[in-house]
Design a protein around this ligand. Structure first.
Ligand code: PLP
Length: 369
């Protein structure tokens, strides 16, 4: 059998560059608690992401929980089920009630036309997801939020470096969470951040991630521990030097997939907004069984048998999780359900070879009937 191909693989800087960053840490022994690399990474990411303010976290999930806590919400929060488990879990773990909104089949983001019917007197916020790095309709979501006095906190975990009409995607809404997990476009091994505008959030987010400790003798908020450490920050500083190259490599691979598969009946590509500059975070396609002749699960199994590991990302959707089935039994989510039955994400990472893309495409095309 030929070598295995995995769906993702972390981008890593040259080993010597990272190793050189470690030397000062061995000398000064400042390993965590907002050290020099932490401060430098916060500055550099604020610039790179073109956001007004940024607060680093130990991972994206805790950044999202931190954003929800800092927003001081109560009651109901509207989000979508077509996302990673983290999104809905963060809302529930913050003691809030998630309400699920269906998504649009063309890009997988929250369907803003269904939003108003889900708003009640208990609704306090909307948590839309820039799924696969596809930008939500931030304009429509923003005006609905304004009309009803709701906060908007974006799950931008997939959207590192994405811009919309030249503006950083993290500038929309009240806050945006980014993830720097090993499998994301930019990584700090584990890590994340909240981007925000209101300067008052600086202290609130700091409290959330460092036990509410204000100074040596003052603890004035119920915070947890979600600090990004210096080894993570060093990885981020190294990876940030290469991230434009990583994205360029992803684009070349993405374009090859499109070239090889776009004309095949029954393979549908997502169509994200044309006014956004993408980051090629994922390579999702939909298998439409009536036209393709076989279904998504058959394609998944056939490629697996050849050592090519795809992902059904996102299947199941949140309303189908064993822990949530009863809670969301009444939710109407036909588009999210259908997408989750048809979607496959194909291997895509910065050092994947073009010939591997060709092999994946050959195998997919062989399964068509
Ligand atoms: C990765 C991810 C998260 C969580 O980020 P971590 O850094 O892994 O904690 C949240 N939401 C979405 C959509 C993600 O893909």
């Amino acid at each position: 059998m030929e070598h295995e191909i995995f769906v993702t693989r972390p981008s890593m800087p040259p080993f010597e560059e990272y190793a050189a960053m470690l030397r000062p840490l061995w000398e000064n022994r400042w390993l965590t608690n907002m050290g020099a690399y932490h401060a430098q990474l916060e500055r550099e990411l604020t610039d790179y992401l073109q956001v007004p303010e940024l607060s680093l976290f130990s991972n994206g999930h805790l950044a999202l929980e931190g954003a929800l806590q800092a927003a001081e919400l109560s009651g109901e929060v509207i989000t979508t089920p077509y996302t990673f488990a983290s999104t809905v879990h963060a809302i529930v773990r913050q003691g809030l009630t998630p309400v699920l909104c269906d998504v649009k089949p063309e890009d997988g983001t929250l369907d803003e036309s269904k939003l108003e019917s889900l708003i009640t007197e208990k609704t306090t916020a909307i948590v839309p997801v820039h799924v696969y790095g596809h930008c939500c309709n931030v304009e429509a979501i923003g005006s609905i939020a304004e009309k009803y006095g709701l906060k908007v906190i974006y799950d931008a975990a997939h959207a590192f470096g994405v811009t919309l009409n030249g503006k950083g995607i993290g500038t929309f809404g009240d806050m945006s969470m980014f993830s720097f997990h090993a499998t994301k476009v930019f990584n700090t091994v584990e890590g994340g951040a909240v981007a925000f505008k209101d300067p008052e959030l600086t202290d609130k987010l700091y409290a959330v991630k460092d036990y509410g400790i204000r100074d040596e003798e003052t603890v004035n908020a119920v915070g947890g521990n979600a600090k990004l450490n210096e080894l993570q920050a060093a990885m981020g500083l190294c990876n940030l030097r290469y991230v434009d190259r990583y994205i360029a490599c992803r684009k070349a691979l993405h374009d090859r997939y499109c070239e090889r598969l776009a004309r095949t009946p029954g393979i549908r590509f997502f169509t994200p907004r044309a006014d956004a500059a993408p980051n090629y975070a994922y390579m999702p396609i939909c298998i439409e069984p009536e036209k393709f002749g076989t279904d998504r699960d058959a394609v998944f199994a056939a490629l697996n048998a050849h050592g090519v590991h795809l992902r059904k990302y996102f299947y199941p959707i949140a309303s189908e999780y064993a822990c949530y089935r009863e809670r969301f039994a009444a939710a109407s989510l036909p588009q999210a359900v259908r997408l989750s039955r048809q979607v496959l994400t194909l291997p895509l990472y910065s050092d994947l070879e073009l010939r591997d893309v060709d092999r994946v495409c050959d195998l997919i095309l062989q399964t068509a009937r």
